[in-house]
Write a protein of this length. Structure first.
Length: 255
């Protein structure tokens, strides 16, 4: 099977719009596979086709930057792994490979970016994304959180030309959704209907110290663990990282 990619865009000082189209074959594992756990042969699978339309408006006002983006993606003949097992006392994954041939799926997302620079010392970088897709969530072949938001907040100081300090927090939030499960047997993520990954917010704190070309950093991951739920799940039955501290040095050996 042959494949192609087509990209068209228009850009000016405040606006960007574009269209992209692609056609590609399913993976070899999706077409033909055999192991102790699973076996299938799907020679009748058609090429996957995608179309994406997007538009962005951006503006910078006195070092404050704003961007609004709208993206719409349509996918036909999408191939995915589906766990058909029911959740009961004897639950065990039962995975098949399917192709959306009837009407495919579409996802529309709206993004807002707002970056603030206050006195060239205090910085706030924000992003909020709202995504929606048609149809019953239990029958969607591709799933994403409805709401995703992130915020990077930090204070920056420069004592001298070669000495700088950053102190801040990095915040990420996503809404609840039926996240794809991970199959160890296939080493693939699969669509499932038995588990809802609840909404959760992760807060990381960091300190960066720059001395000439060297940077020393300390980071506390998931510091909000003791102020809310102790465990969150990034995918069914795989909990996210608990609170931990990391440190390191980045020192390129050149002037």
């Amino acid at each position: 099977m042959w494949k192609y990619n087509l990209n068209i865009s228009f850009v000016n000082q405040f606006f960007k719009a574009g269209y992209s189209q692609a056609r590609y074959s399913p993976t070899l594992q999706q077409i033909q596979y055999a192991s102790n756990s699973y076996a299938w042969q799907n020679n009748a699978f058609k090429p996957i086709e995608t179309q994406t339309y997007y538009a962005k408006i951006f503006k910078t006002v006195q070092r404050q930057r704003f961007e609004f983006a709208l993206t719409h993606t349509e996918v036909n003949n999408y191939v995915y792994y589906l766990d058909t097992a029911k959740l009961d006392n004897h639950w065990r994954e039962q995975i098949i490979v399917k192709q959306d041939r009837a009407k495919g799926f579409n996802i529309t997302s709206f993004d807002v970016f707002a970056d603030f620079n206050i006195g060239n010392k205090f910085f706030i970088n924000n992003q909020v994304r709202y995504s929606m897709s048609a149809g019953d969530v239990n029958y969607r072949s591709y799933r994403v959180p409805t709401v995703y938001a992130s915020s990077l907040i930090y204070y920056q100081l420069r004592f001298k030309k070669d000495l700088g300090l950053q102190i801040g927090v990095d915040i990420h939030h996503r809404s609840a959704y039926k996240a794809d499960a991970y199959s160890v047997a296939l080493q693939q993520f699969v669509v499932q209907n038995n588990f809802v990954a609840k909404a959760y917010t992760v807060v990381d704190a960091f300190i960066n110290l720059k001395v000439k070309s060297a940077t020393v950093w300390v980071k506390g991951s998931q510091i909000n663990q003791y102020f809310g739920p102790q465990v969150y799940f990034v995918t069914p039955y795989y909990p996210g990282m608990k609170m931990a501290f990391h440190f390191g040095v980045n020192w390129p050996f050149f002037n």
